[in-house]
Write a protein that binds this ligand. Sequence first.
Ligand code: 3PY
Ligand code: MG
Length: 267
Amino acid sequence: MRPNSLKAKLAAGQPVVSGWLSIPSSYSAEIIARQGFDCVNVDLQHGMIGIESAIPMLQAISATDATPIARVGSNDPAIIMKLLDAGAYGIICPMVSSAGDAARFVSACRYPPAGERSFGPARGLLYGGPDYFAHANAEILTMAMIETVAGVENLEEIVAVDGLDALFIGPNDLSLAYGKQPLAEPQDDTVTAAISRVLDAASMVGMPVGIFCSSPAAAARRLAQGFRFVVPGNDAGLLTKAAREALAGARDEAAVSTGQSSRASGY
Ligand code: 3PY
Ligand code: MG
């Protein structure tokens, strides 16, 4: 089976930068995946992406060196198994609040006897290779999202679940869970303490932790803080920023050439 380079990097303590797709397009998936990200996530939770769009997006990513992964909308074995069959090499599962939630998630990602994954790895075989079944349990990455108060309170039990490879913090939902405004870069003391607690509890058992970020600078800060999986913005955010800058740049240049710009007057 093709090795899961993302899982190997995380296990070796290396920093991973993930692309993040919310636009249901294999073309934009291919563009992002060609930029050198370690992995690219197809977001079926908050992205505008359903299973029919996700499959060609996974195909586009798997034509590059980036590891294809997917985030599901809920801890639902049926969709988790379908995305694995479609060639996802890792699954991010939202709202994992207990060891039971984590065990249910891991079980959907592992063939018996380790779990309850049903057999039929259609694209798994094409992307992974003919020996997919023999190695899938070891190669597929499981990432549980910690973004509830219960998830923080049950951390020690969650990180002890056999087969769980990594944690991923959703800072927006975690802020909401503590009664704050949803923010990707929370400043509130309770929320920042909860984030540190997740990092500490996982670090105690050598488990890598990822976190969603709002910008490249925020992602770099999170890496320096000890996070091992960061997301410097999603496709929609990057497109929005580039489009705004292009528009503002064009208007500014036009103003310069007609003498209407504040730049033209030196202010
Ligand atoms: C959150 O911030 O809650 C997320 O799930 C980020 O995707
Ligand atoms: Mg969330």
